[in-house]
Design a protein around this ligand. Sequence first.
Ligand code: V47
Ligand code: SF4
Length: 398
Amino acid sequence: MKESIESLDAVLNHPALPANLRAIGEKVVNGQRITPEEGILLYEQGELGFLGALANYIRERKHGSYTYFNRNFHIEPTNLCVYSCKFCSYSRLIKQREDGWIMTEDEMLDMVKKYDNKPVTEVHLVGGVIPQMGLHFFASLIQKIKTHRPSLHVKAFTPVEYYYMFKKAKVSYREGLQILRAAGLDSIPGGGAEIFDEEVRSIICGDKCTAQEWLDIHETAHSMGIPSNATMLYGHIETYAHRIDHMNRLRNLQDKTGGFNCFIPLKFRAANNEMAHLGEVSVIEDLRNYAVARIYLDNFDHIKAYWPMIGRTTAQLSLSFGVDDIDGTVDDTTKIYSMAGSEEQNPSLTTRQIVDLIKAVGRHPIERDSVYNVLTDFGTTEPEAAIPEFISLPVINK
Ligand code: V47
Ligand code: SF4
């Protein structure tokens, strides 16, 4: 923390720093919230070193060097989808069924059973949207997962899937979420948010749930005590003002509910989709974006870099630009990013690898559960020695 204060002091007192950026820096040091206009200014004028010093200061004020991860795996029930988001490399329209997969309930339960005796704590369940897989199909699946392994945290479905399945089952958001929670749903992942701006949204994914429907479903979940994450798909046709508008809507909802665990910027990856001609933004832009997110979202505890999408090296760099979480071991169970051209073609890390990756950039690895309770302090425990479901270290000096 001492180093981050010193480097921030040096940056803020640099004679070449424009007065408007220094004023924003001083607000951050004083713990004051920045305005949307100031957020846009940071994107337009903030250099990487300046943004990084500010974001790292906030990150270390909140978490010290702690860097969180969990042990998880994904189930993607199908890649068939009734929607046709232009950025999606993963889905196949129902009419192109030969390229797609639909897992049966038994196949998905077998996946869960494959992890018997392995120390995973979370299953992330998300995929395409099809009429055959509705509310009661998924309630039954979740219930069977929980019966088999009650301690496994089920983080499942985005408002895109919820909106479709609830409408089809003729239930309200609250009734639908109640049915799934009774079956064992624990939390909601951040997907489907893309960019909230209505005009951009209508171009890149005009046929799925609207921004307001996404926000309303998360708000309903929070009011029922179901926590969730939030994402933002950046680096395509959106402007900096659209990114700030997106984060502003999230910041407002978080003020109201406090139900978001973390914010996950998702870089648009350009392989095999209808927006491929746009190409991809640079790693510098990725780091600037993490930093502005950390500065803007003062009421979010955690900023996550999702390493299967961004790659291990950028995930390591991001830890100096406001990020304090790099998701989980994943175990090669997601196809969304490898199909979109991520450098991680078979995303899987052992606990040893994820711990080493974090330590290699001078950070302190902490295994968390899905709601950020500390499970194991890997700054002091060797990975081979830990059996995380049975170790609990709730109080640690940062
Ligand atoms: O909503 C799809 C994105 C999201 C592409 O909550 C793409 O812990 C980039 O939300 N380039 C789904 N992104 C994944 C997601 C997620 C992932 C990891 C952890 C969590 C969490 C949530 O993937 C979609 C969309 O925004 N996406 N295609 C693409 N070509
Ligand atoms: Fe379907 Fe999701 Fe792909 Fe959109 S991003 S086409 S909703 S699978």
